[in-house]
Design a protein around this ligand. Structure first.
Ligand SMILES: CC(C)(COP(=O)(O)OP(=O)(O)OC[C@H]1O[C@@H](n2cnc3c(N)ncnc32)[C@H](O)[C@@H]1OP(=O)(O)O)[C@@H](O)C(=O)NCCC(=O)NCCS
Length: 185
């Protein structure tokens, strides 16, 4: 059964929340998460499953044996982290990156996305987390605000020309080394 065949949500339908590291996440679930993200996540679709397999923690909501919502705390790719640090002058070393967040369109605006990202935060105790969000994408902005993550910096996405917000659960430090080096150029 594909996501397109999902039943519409009805009152009383049970939604179950799971949070597992990649090696404890069933292969079939990883496939469903990859499909959901590829069709709704607004992110590049290559390597989703491979990246999930290297993640810190994967969150997902299940309804009637189908994944209807998901988000992941990943180890950011160094090249991408450095790009954000260059753009913002902040230090994101040691941070996890929230990504691959998507809820099936039939199941949106029911609090599912919020519960998945809140559950990930609760199970990532002591971890610093950031997420980048298109400042024109109101749904994830509201959902992220609700779990207490705050805007640390913003910059322009080269690809879309839109403003991107970097939201964090702790206040990031200035990248002092970079700032000092810039004084000599
Ligand atoms: C972002 C997404 C995961 C949210 O999932 P969700 O389960 O609908 O999220 P929630 O129901 O927990 O919260 C959604 C919030 O957006 C609000 N919202 C709903 N429709 C909205 C709209 N048209 N405009 C603005 N906000 C809206 C809801 O009211 C809720 O805010 P609240 O808690 O303050 O009331 C989902 O919209 C999605 O999959 N979007 C496409 C992929 C995407 O944008 N991913 C995030 C990339 S950073």
């Amino acid at each position: 059964m594909r996501n397109a065949d999902l039943k519409k949500p009805e009152p009383g339908m049970d939604v179950r929340y799971c949070f597992t590291p990649p090696d404890e996440t069933p292969e079939a679930v990883l496939d469903q998460i990859s499909d959901l993200v590829a069709s709704n996540g607004g992110v590049g679709t290559s390597w989703i499953k491979e990246n999930l397999q290297k993640a810190f923690l994967i969150g997902y909501a299940i309804c009637e044996d189908r994944v209807v919502g998901t988000s992941t705390h990943k180890y950011p790719k160094e090249q991408y982290r450095k790009k954000i640090e260059t753009e913002t002058g902040l230090d994101f070393s040691g941070y996890l990156e929230r990504g691959y967040t998507a809820v099936d369109p039939e199941f949106r605006d029911m609090g599912i996305g919020g519960k998945v990202i809140q559950g990930l935060i609760e199970r990532s105790e002591g971890q610093k987390i950031y997420v980048t969000i298109d400042m024109e994408n109101l749904w994830p902005l509201r959902m992220t605000h609700r779990v207490g993550m705050v805007l640390a910096a913003r910059f322009i996405n080269d690809r879309t020309g839109h403003g991107l917000g970097v939201f964090t659960n702790v206040t990031p430090c200035r990248n002092v080394l970079k700032v000092n080096l810039e004084q000599y150029h």
